[in-house]
Structures are given as structure tokens and as C-alpha cells.
Design a protein around this ligand. Sequence first.
Ligand SMILES: Nc1ncnc2c1ncn2[C@@H]1O[C@H](COP(=O)(O)OP(=O)(O)OP(=O)(O)O)[C@@H](O)[C@H]1O
Ligand SMILES: [Mg+2]
Length: 424
Amino acid sequence: MQACGLDFGTSNTAAALPDGTVLPIAPDTAEPRLFRSVLFFPEDERTTYAGAPAITRYLEDNAGRFIQSVKSFLHSRSFRATQVHGRTWTIEELVAVLLRRVREAAGAQTGAPPEAVILGRPAVFSPEPEADALAEQRLRKAAELAGFTHIQFLIEPIAAALAYEAQLSREELVLVADFGAGTTDLTLMRLGPSRRGRPDRKADVVGSTGVRIGGDRFDAELMRHKLLPRFGAGTTYRVRGLSDKRLPVPQHVMAKLLSWHEMSFIREKSTQELLQLMLESSDKPETAEALYDLVMENLGYRLFRTIEATKVQLSREEEATLDFEEARISLHERITRAEFESFCQPLLTELEQCTQGLLERCAGAGEIDAVFLTGGSSQIPAVRKLYVDRFGEARVRTADAFTSVAEGLGRACVSLVSPDLINS
Ligand SMILES: Nc1ncnc2c1ncn2[C@@H]1O[C@H](COP(=O)(O)OP(=O)(O)OP(=O)(O)O)[C@@H](O)[C@H]1O
Ligand SMILES: [Mg+2]
């Protein structure tokens, strides 16, 4: 029986073998080892697209249902299922489509789809124990639907720690921090050559914690502070029947614009009428036109791709321009890194407090030898700086930000799955 490690991420999914090899499960793409965790159901076709082809197909013609960040909904009791072109899809079924595609792509590399899997899960899906258990239960069900028959879970930062440990030649107490798209996970763990490969590593984990802050929230802050006024924040419109009464654009509409997948929910009829009213009576008509087109022409995903690209550029450069021209939306916004960091200050403070809390709880563990940063959002300079300021540059380490978790999950197959399950 074949086994693999599988890191089902909010934005990227990766799979690895027990020897740590991260598999090229997205062949013919710029990043073959990263399978984008997205689905697209076109209106005029029965095919379900997953991964990079879903993005390509959606950008060709966005008539249809595009689903992203589905992992972020796993803990939510209120999100049980969704209607897609008249069929009900449970959240488990949606996740299963992604996991099945990844399993098949892994099988194409190794000869047969793996049946045993060690699946990553955040340290904390939700601070509420019932919601956390629900998320894991749904992920397990999705893995079963995808064809896996032996399923075990491992906390993502522990998996990243195992990847880091593979190249260690001495014992270290390591703080591992994984900054993804949906969550940040932290683990303090004892690592080293003598511990490597032990069947049970629970005793080596000094402490773990997590918080629902990831790249998606950083994108939302850019939207909130830089772009919302261009879509009507702070403007007013006239209420029908009360000719001189003007009201501010409702907060709940603006709040939905902070993440593009929420945006589709404001296309319902009552809000459509509101958008129409704003179009007729806004004190800043160009913002009402931009808002109308953003929502009604389903441009949210495109806009958030641009926001994300600007954020990524600000990790490399001190300044960037966000350019977006679609329908009646015309954005050309200069933004500096310092400005972006000021927008994100509340998130950075929360990350710092979360780290501080873990360190206080683990105070007796001794001196931390190294801090291993991973996950795409660890590339935000202000995030890295939190750790460099606290621990010094020399103790802060990084490797491949996007594949460490998968590599560690793969390596964990050796110690966690009983040997007869592994194809050696
Ligand atoms: N250079 C960069 N600078 C800042 N952010 C980046 C950079 N590159 C990628 N990101 C962000 O990293 C995130 C994706 O990282 P990653 O693949 O580690 O997340 P994930 O594993 O899918 O999410 P999670 O672990 O939370 O489920 C996205 O939010 C993306 O915008
Ligand atoms: Mg991740």
C-alpha cells in the first residue's frame, strides 16, 4: 500500500512521499509542486475544474461558480453545503474533489494512487473545541470520499518541524511558525538526529498554538484601507420615497467586499436593488458604478488577484502600484510598504501576542536555538521582522515556504503509519 503526506492548504495543496520528495502534482504549471486549492463549475459545461485549470477556465469566461479558500469554511457550522447549478454540494464533497485530483496526480507519479495518507491540519481550526472537531471530521470524510482508506492527521507546524529536522545535525529546541493563507500556526518542539524517525513524537512537542490570521487577512486590509473608498465607503445615497433623506452606504455591504468569496453573497436580490439605488443617487456616482460592476460582473476574484500580486510585490520592493481596469472600474493606486504595514498593524500585533502567549506557557522549556519560518505569508517583511527583532537574525531560518509542511507530512509517513502500510 502506498502512503503520502498531504498538505491541504487554504490556497495551495502539496503532496510528498515518505522520503520527503514533494511530488509535481500540477504538471505544466509555473509551480508544479503546488496544486491551487480552487474549483470552477462553468455554467455551460458539466466539467468540474480543479487547480490551475480552474483559474484559467474561470478567467476565460467567468460565467459559473468559482470556489476558493474552502478550507476556511471547514469549521463553520453555518456553511454545510452550497448549490451549484441546481445540485447540492456538501463542503466534504467540494474538498473531496480537490483531494481526489491530488491523489490521482500523485498516483500518476508513483504508479498507483496512494491509499494511506497523513493529512495536515492547522494547530487550531477554531478556538471553539466543537467547531475544531467538526472541521477535522469534515476533512476526514472528504479524504474518505477521495478514496483514501487509511487516514491520520498531523498538525501542520509539527510537519514543518519534521522537514526542518531532516537537515539537523544536533539537538535543537525550535519554534516553528507557519504563516499560510488562512491561518498561522506555531509549535515549539525538540528536534534532532537522535529523535528523527521515532514512531511517536508527542513527547517532543513542548507547545502549539494558532490563530486565524493568514495572507487572506493581509489582502483584506489592503482592500479596506486603500480601495474601499473607491467602491463607495464614506459616500451617501438617497432613499426612495424620502426625497431628501440620504444614508451612508451600509457597513454590511462594505464588509462583504473585504474578501471576494463573500462578495458573491451580496448579489442577492435585496442588495441588487440597493446597488441600483446607489447608482441612481450616489453623491459620488463613479464609486457606485465601480461597486455595481464589481459585484454584478463578478469581478471580485480578479480584483483580489491584483491585490495579492501587489502585496507580493511589496515583499520585494518598497513601493508598488495596483492597476486594475475592468468594466467601469479604474484603479491606479500607489502604495508604499510602510503604508501597507500600518494597515496591517492590528494583525501583526495579534501575531506577536499569539507568539508571546506560547512562549509564556512554555517558559520552562529552555533557550530557543532556532526559529523556523515557513508558509507563503512568512515572506512579508514585517512578519519576519517580528521574529528577527525578538530572536536575532542568526537564529531565524527559512526553507521552501510553500512545501515544508508537505515534506514533513511525507516524512511522518515513515514513523506514524505502521510499516506494512508503506510501500518501501
Ligand atoms: N512573496 C510573498 N509575500 C507575501 N505573501 C505571499 C508571498 N507569496 C505568497 N504569499 C501569500 O502566502 C499565502 C499562501 O501561502 P501557503 O501556500 O503557505 O498557504 P496555505 O498553505 O494554502 O494556507 P494555510 O496553511 O493557511 O491553509 C497566500 O496568502 C499568498 O498571498
Ligand atoms: Mg499551509
